[in-house]
Design a protein around this ligand. Structure first.
Ligand code: FES
Length: 449
């Protein structure tokens, strides 16, 4: 037997070399494995509100040729996508226009390059549109009516208002192929299949759009809970999405649709008549006191419905409401409202700029805008955003209800109150940032804008 290195036999040296090589190979395999596990964990880490990673994608969702992004995967798994909280802005192309009722059209929008829509959203959120109309920039928000599970397009349903610059622009001038400037999504009036084991959706007029979004989404998610869809409109021909709801109700045992019309004298209407009353709600929804309820419509209708819900024993923390037409925190136009609390609904943002403005109490303070060098009186009921607009100081905004955070500006001096701060992260607030659309003060302010 020969003698090798360190006086070991060649047999020993060969065996040791083999064992070392085996050990290195095992370590290499383990390293590759751990990297793959790390990548998998990264992909499947749920968003803050999410919970069910790796669930099956929704039925009917078209297969994507690309690997799903984390946000798309989150939607498929019913999670809250991160991007739903990130404002996006850009251009979308009008892919189709559908006439829903004599004065409501659906606008289908797609990515100009034909990709998936470049943002994700939660059922119930809205988009803000801006356009140059008659030499001024007009911004209006419209709730998304299509489901977030639909990645190829996004749809809004818009009611044409005689006094609404943006809605008239969309109805009368926008055609298939046109680009639209869009930002969003925004809004906290959302419902996902993880939020409750049943849902009551109550809408008036064009307030039906977020409810339709939620219903379409819950259908795509094969939601097993009961969905009570209660709707009020002026006349049967104004009942937006009526055919689709009829169709869905025939297919889904858990979808219960009940509608009431203010005036059915000119139509063969088999359903209820009158406003959405306590009796109507009680008939349509068994055991309503234990259920989560979402209400959307103009303030008068919502207040009447909320009072009915409270009388029926629904706890106020189970009632979620979103007003249309009150984005500026002022009284919406009432001239067209029919009696009994049911509306001619003003769509979110529609008519706001054209609404009769109530006289503001005399200003007791002023706000100085340091960037633009302008100073303006600030009434006690006036927001910083409204004061800025009064003197042409440009502060960007979207929702005007304190949820999107787009109107954040630094407050350099003074103190403000804000009714809603949902769109203001605590760390920003700690740095002295305010929401211009919510900030009011009875003292003078200095704002960086
Ligand atoms: S505009 Fe959305 S929070 Fe002010």
């Amino acid at each position: 037997m020969g003698v090798g290195l360190w006086r070991l036999s060649w047999y020993h040296l060969t065996t040791m070399t083999f064992l070392v090589a085996f050990l290195l190979g095992a370590l290499l395999i383990q390293y590759v494995r751990m990297r793959r596990v790390g990548e998998l964990v990264e992909r499947l880490t749920p968003a803050p509100h999410g919970s069910v990673a790796g669930a099956a994608p929704p039925a009917g969702e078209p297969p994507s040729p690309k690997p799903p992004s984390r946000d798309v995967a989150a939607h498929a798994a019913g999670e809250t996508p991160e991007a739903a909280k990130r404002p996006w802005s850009g251009s979308l192309r009008v892919a189709a226009v559908f006439t829903e009722t004599p004065n409501v059209k659906t606008f289908r929008l797609e990515d100009p390059q034909g990709d998936d829509i470049p943002f994700t959203f939660l059922p119930g959120q809205f988009l803000t549109f801006s356009a140059e109309i008659d030499g001024r920039t007009v911004r209006r928000s419209y709730t998304i009516a299509s489901a977030p599970t639909q990645r190829g397009y996004v749809e809004i349903a818009v009611k044409r208002e005689e006094q609404g610059a943006e809605s008239r622009f969309l109805h009368d001038q926008v055609a298939v192929g046109d680009p639209l400037r869009v930002s969003g999504p925004s809004g906290a009036f959302t419902f996902t299949d993880k939020d409750a084991d049943s849902i009551v959706l109550i809408s008036g007029g064009i307030g039906i759009t977020p409810m339709m979004c939620v219903t379409r989404y819950l259908n795509d998610r094969s939601y097993l809970g009961d969905i009570f869809f209660l709707h009020g409109a002026r006349r049967p021909e104004d009942f937006v999405f009526r055919e689709e709801l009829d169709y869905l109700q025939k297919r889904l045992a858990n979808l219960h649709v009940a509608a009431t019309m203010m005036d059915a004298s000119q139509a063969n209407w088999p359903g209820a008549l009158g406003p959405i009353s306590k009796e109507f709600i009680a008939r349509a929804v068994p055991g309503i006191a234990r259920r989560r309820v979402h209400v959307c419509g103009p303030p008068a209708m919502m207040e009447a419905v909320k009072a009915s819900l409270l009388e029926l024993g629904v706890a106020s923390d189970k009632i979620k409401m979103e007003a249309f037409g009150a984005a500026r925190g002022r009284a919406p136009p009432t001239a067209e409202q029919p009696p009994g609390g049911l509306e001619l609904p003003a769509q979110r943002g529609t008519n706001v700029a054209d609404a009769p403005q109530t006289a503001l109490p005399a200003a007791t303070a002023q706000v100085e805008f340091t960037v633009s060098g302008k100073t303006v009186p600030l009434g006690p009921d006036q927001t910083v955003l409204e004061a800025a607009e009064a003197v042409g100081v440009d502060i960007d905004y979207s929702c005007r209800v304190g949820t999107c955070g787009i109107c954040m500006v630094p407050l350099k001096a003074g103190a403000v109150t804000m009714d809603v701060e949902d769109g203001l992260p605590l760390e920003e607030k700690a740095k002295g940032i305010i929401l211009a659309c919510q900030a009011k003060s009875i003292g003078s302010l200095v704002v960086e804008a």
